[in-house]
Every structure is written in C-alpha cells, then in structure tokens.
Design a binder for this molecule. Structure first.
Ligand code: ZN
Length: 136
C-alpha cells in the first residue's frame, strides 16, 4: 500500500500525492486527505492474474474507472470486455462489477465515484475565464 502524502493545503485547495504510479500497490482512497465533497477518488493496482477479490455494486454512485497501465478484462453483470491503458469505463448504479489484470505488467487504475446524475454544468457551462496575476 502506498503512503498518501499531503503536500499543500490552503483554504481553497489541497494537494496530495500517492507516489509513483509505476510500482503502486494496493488501494488508496484520497477523499479524506483532500477533503473532496463531490466525489471519492481511489488509486488501485492489480498484479498479473489478479482480480478484485469481490464483486460490488453501488446504490447511488456511478463509478468511472480510468486504466493508467496494464490490460485485462472488465465485467459488469454478465458482460465481459477487454480493457487496456487509456480505457475509461463508466459503471452505473445497481449492477455488479469487477476487473482483472491479464497483462504481464500490473494494472494501475483510478476510480472516481460520484452521485449518479449529479453533474450539472461542466467545463465552459460552469467555468468562467478570470483575470489573475500569473505567478507560475
Ligand atoms: Zn465501487
């Protein structure tokens, strides 16, 4: 299990780091460290041949899995499909899901869990360009 490091924290932001994802092992939830209020994010890793040891379902939250490295299979109820680095899989509420790593390299992924149907405005319907001194 990687150690989550809180690097920067201000009134309006928090910055944590789960460490190098190459070699990341286990599962790491980040909401408690960042203080996020809209979603839970977790890093996950599966070694070659391994699947999550259980199926699970969510009552209110959809999940979006982003595969960062490795490849394998994803199952939603009785549907099975191949996934690989760059895959993004959205899974709705009230269905069973699992994933398995079948590649020689471990599968590292991010799962974002948020309330299904909660997204209102986004990108340019929610954002506005602002004037601010660039300190970068
Ligand atoms: Zn879940």
């Amino acid at each position: 299990m990687s150690e989550l490091k809180i690097l920067n924290k201000g009134e309006k932001f928090s910055h944590v780091n789960a460490g190098l994802l190459h070699g990341f092992e286990g599962k790491q939830f980040v909401k408690d460290a960042t203080g996020a209020t809209s979603c839970e994010i977790s890093f996950g890793s599966l070694p070659t041949g391994a699947a999550v040891p259980f199926f699970h379902s969510h009552k209110e939250n959809e999940e979006n899995y982003i595969i960062l490295s490795g490849a394998g299979k994803f199952q939603v109820n009785d549907d099975v499909f191949d996934i690989t680095e760059g895959s993004v899989i959205r899974v709705s509420t009230n269905c069973d899901r699992n994933l398995k790593c079948t590649s020689a390299e471990p599968m590292v992924y991010i799962c974002i869990q948020a309330k299904e149907g909660s997204l209102g405005g986004y990108t340019m319907t929610d954002a506005e360009i602002t004037e601010h001194q660039n300190l970068l």
